[in-house]
Write a protein that binds this ligand. Structure first.
Ligand SMILES: NC(=O)c1ccc[n+]([C@@H]2O[C@H](COP(=O)([O-])OP(=O)(O)OC[C@H]3O[C@@H](n4cnc5c(N)ncnc54)[C@H](O)[C@@H]3O)[C@@H](O)[C@H]2O)c1
Length: 437
């Protein structure tokens, strides 16, 4: 690609489609509406509050990101989605109990107007859930075609110029890629045969890519992360990314671990436990859904600390992650971490972190940023896996030839340098040779 890249303007309406209209999705939707009305601030959103340094420090050029690259304004966003429950966004947000009733009541009409379409769902993949608002079809291909029809109707009815899709549905059971996931042809045959290795989230990903819609996966299940769908995204010039929004405990891990490594402090172990009481916690109480989440959470440390490069410091880490469903907590998760580190001459030390967080409050700005950045990616002609958006994920989708980048600070540099590159600005290397001249 030539620099600067031609960026199509963010004109007209952007439809943000959300499979799964539970706690995270409704917290994001309600938040955007509240921000639009001047009732609250979009805290935690890089696209809304972030800045980007350009040129040398002496130039003092630090525009806001949304003034530097053309992003869709919040006023131009229209929301839609699917869920297995019939609750509209107001009812779902009330049930999720994340945002206070007072605020929800101030935006009630806008939220009530957002009603979920019938979902593609099979309880085989999410054991703890069942609901009435579900499509029936002759085959998984038939279901994919119904989703494509939903997408086309939504676009027409809402007068949208462009669409993006962000999976905010429940975590599905652990599935490893098999033969049916290897090529587009095998995958499409698998859809026609209703292959059991194709869970609902993959049907949404397929439908989105076929419709040319950028797709992000906020849960740890495979969804768009199989060779067939990555190839399809390339072939049809569609940007995709995933997996699993980086919030809570893993966010803390990817903030702290790069710091220990930077100072070459060794580590013997990292024990993490969580209690949470929302529907996500209930779904993760099923061992098969938990296994998907566990895999996603465990890979982080290994990639950041690189035990193969630093065997003396990180060669023998005991890394344990637990999640317990504890209803009284609702969405207000508590994540405890005990970190056993060692310093000079091997002397041991301990760090305890107790993060009383709000899961969906941390996830909502990620959904918004992903929607806006993926729309940008679509307008500049990026296709396939968008590694520059790894910043937002616990388990970043990556090209098969490379390992994923987990360090939050490298991820942020990569994201901002991608934006600089798009606009023909110098990349920032932090190299300063003033003392040499
Ligand atoms: N909140 C966070 O911090 C966070 C972080 C990382 C990942 N996630 C993931 O994001 C997802 C959403 O989290 P949440 O807290 O909103 O959960 P939630 O249970 O409140 O919402 C998920 C919704 O998805 C619906 N759903 C399930 N399968 C569906 C399907 N096939 N089609 C349409 N709808 C479907 C459920 O009915 C539910 O309403 C989960 O997979 C969770 O693991 C959340």
């Amino acid at each position: 690609m030539e620099r600067p890249v031609t960026i199509k303007p963010a004109q007209g309406k952007l439809g943000v489609l959300l499979p799964g209209m539970g706690a995270v999705a409704t917290t994001m939707i309600a938040g955007v509406i509240a921000v639009r009305k001047g009732l609250a601030q979009p805290v935690g959103s890089l696209t809304q509050m972030g800045t980007i340094r350009l040129g040398k420090r002496t130039e003092k050029r630090v525009p806001k990101i949304n003034e530097f690259v053309p992003l869709s304004p919040l006023d131009s966003i229209v929301f839609g989605g699917w869920d297995i429950f019939e609750d509209n966004a107001y009812q779902a947000a009330m049930k999720a109990g994340v945002i206070e009733k007072d605020l929800l009541n101030q935006i009630k009409p806008e939220l009530e107007a957002i009603k979920p379409m019938k979902a593609v769902f099979d309880q085989k993949y999410v054991k703890r859930l069942s609901g009435p608002n579900v499509k029936t079809g002759k085959s998984k291909m038939d279901l994919a075609e119904q989703l494509r029809a939903d997408i086309q109707n939504f676009k027409k009815q809402n007068g949208c110029d462009r669409l993006v899709m962000v999976w905010c549905g429940s975590t599905e059971v652990f599935i490893k890629p098999t033969d049916v996931h290897q090529t587009i042809e095998k995958f499409e045959q698998g859809l026609r045969d209703s292959d059991p290795n194709i869970p609902s989230s993959m049907i949404y990903a397929y439908a989105a890519i076929k419709e040319g819609i950028p797709y992000a996966n906020g849960a740890p299940n495979l969804s768009g992360d199989v060779p067939a769908l990555v190839d399809l995204a390339h072939k049809l010039s569609v940007p995709i990314c995933g997996k699993d929004f980086k919030t809570g405990q893993t966010l803390m891990k990817t903030i702290l671990a790069p710091g220990f490594k930077a100072r070459l402090l060794g580590m013997n172990g990292w024990y993490s436990t969580n209690i949470l009481g929302n529907r996500d916690g209930e779904v993760l109480d099923d061992p098969e859904s938990f296994k998907t989440k566990e895999e996603s959470k465990l890979s982080v440390l290994e990639h950041i600390l690189q035990p193969e490069v630093y065997p003396d410091l990180y060669g023998k880490i005991s890394h344990v992650v637990r999640i317990n469903y504890y209803p009284p907590r609702g969405d207000n998760k508590e994540g405890w971490d005990n970190i056993d580190i060692f310093g000079w001459l091997g002397y041991p030390m301990q760090i305890k972190v107790d993060f009383l967080c709000r899961d969906s409050i941390l996830a909502a700005p990620i959904v918004l940023d992903l929607a806006l950045f993926l729309d940008l990616a679509g307008r500049v002609g990026f296709k396939g896996i968008q590694e520059w958006l790894s910043f937002y994920f616990k388990s970043p989708q990556h090209a098969s030839a490379v390992y994923p980048e987990h360090d939050l600070f490298i991820q942020l540099m990569k994201l901002k340098n991608t934006l600089r590159w798009l606009k023909g600005e110098e990349l920032i290397t932090h190299l300063g040779l003033e003392y040499y001249d």
